[in-house]
Each structure stands twice: as structure tokens, then as C-alpha cells.
Design a protein around this ligand. Sequence first.
Ligand code: MLT
Length: 314
Amino acid sequence: LATMALGAAAQNYPDKPVTIVVPFAAGGPTDKVARDLAEAIRKPLGGQVIIENVAGAGGTLGHTKVAKASPDGYTLLLAHVAMATAPALYRKLQYDALNDFEYLGLINEVPMTLIARPTMPANNFAELAKWVDANKGKINLANAGLGSASHLCGLLFQQSMKVDMTTVPYKGTGPAMTDLIGGQVDLMCDQTTNTLSQIEGNKVKAYGVTTTKHLSIPALSKLPTLDEAGLKGFNVTIWHGLYAPKGTPKAVLDKVNGALKTALKDAEFHKREEALGAVIVGDARVNPAEHKKFVEAEIAKWGPAIKAAGQYAD
Ligand code: MLT
């Protein structure tokens, strides 16, 4: 009888609002992708989609909430590279990144930019590198908590510069950006979906992009890649994917994955995301199996760099 009830529920899915949990504060890059996706997936999914920001601990609070949510398809997670970095950072992670979630497909990939407060005296990467060397021990680097994209990029930046900086964690790079613009912190590495408008508005200073290819958006096209600017091999792109709790019925997963694929083809979604430098995934990683394989490879890729930093959270 229970199986029949589950089957019926799956057939009628969704018959109430679907929540997408965003594991960072409103106003940041993760929140931005989620709200753009919610707009595009609402129609193909056939129901109301609401965003719930559950911030803290580098995104792992939000991940944990969804891992433990009832597997009925009404609580989904939009998460990024923190799914791959948290396992190497958190000794008491409350979930298993690969086995406590159903993988619903990869959404986009977003480049990052290295930016500074508007009062930073350096006007290009070479001058910034000199400033960093001259201010060792006094530099404040903002991020969105241990395991966040901004944390990962900041970690690699410190390792490449061989300089330890004081990291100032926020609940997301939305709130962090406010303090950077206000000059409370010196530097931040953040996704173009959050930094483009601030760079165009001269609210922050930009020194380079974290991808190995130059970006085509005019305000970013003259920025060097950090790789060519001197941080050999620097290459960071932030991906976002959709997840459900393990055990969500297959009929529900198929419906959500189908709606996601339709949303990723939505012209308005492409326009909004690409205007900010994001690239929508158009390959097999929109399928659950390939999405999971990709994250497994990302866990293996980022583990060593993170372990080398020797930063852990309990
Ligand atoms: C991050 O640094 O992980 C994200 O940019 C945080 C956010 O989306 O606010």
C-alpha cells in the first residue's frame, strides 16, 4: 500500500511548492544562479519553486539540511564546488557528498576574478604582487567560509603567492562584497556573476581572471589570466549542480532532471547567465550519472591542494 502511495505521489509530483535550498546568503553568486534557474524551471517542472537561503559553515549547513530532508522531491539543493571541497576540510561532515544525494545534473560553470577594495594602490597584477609582498601579515582576504569557492580560490592564491593572509569568512560573497567595497577587507576572489557589475561600476579594482582563457565580456576582456600574470597553472572555474536527498523516487528524479534540461535551454536563462560570464552546461554532465562522475573527479582534484593547506574544521 505504501509503495502504491509513493507511486501515486510521484505521479502527481509536484502538487505543492518545491524548495531549492541555497547554501549561501542571498545576494551572492550561488543565490543568483538559483534564482535564474527557478525562473527557468518553474514552467517545465509545473509548480511553484521557492528559494531558501541556508547559509553557514562554507555551505555545509545547507548541504546537510537537504541530505537529511525527506526524499519526496520538495527539497532540492543548488550547490557548487563546496560539494567537492568540504569532504577534505570538515572532519565531522554530517553527510557523504557522493552517497547521501541524488545527482540531478550540472547547471553552469562560472569564472572568478581577483578583486580588491577600491582604495587599493595597485593598478595591475604586478603592482598587486608587490603590494602583497610589502604587506605580509597585514592582508585581509574575504571569503564565504571554509570550502566555499572564494575560499578555494583564495587558498590557491595564497599558495601561489607564498603569502599567508588573514581570511575573513562571511555567510556569502554578497555580504563580503559590501565590506570589500567599504574597504573593511583588502582582497577577494569571487565569481563574475557577483563581481562584473562592481567592476563595471568601478566599485572594486580587478586584477585577473582565474580561467586560462580570457573572458569576452568587455569589462573583463582586458584582464589578464592569473596564469599568464605570473601564477603559473592557476585555473579555477566554479560549477553549480542540482541535488535531491538520497532515496527520492525515480519518477520524481526523472521529472526534475527533465525539467532541468528544458530550463538549461531556456533563452532568457542563457541571456541572464551569459551576460554575467557564466557558461551553461551543454554536455552529458546534465545527466545524473555524468554529474556524479564529474563531482567525484573534482573531489579527487581539490583534495590534495586543500590537505596541503592544513586547514580543517571540526
Ligand atoms: C562562494 O564563494 O562559494 C560563493 O561565491 C558564495 C556565495 O554564493 O555567496
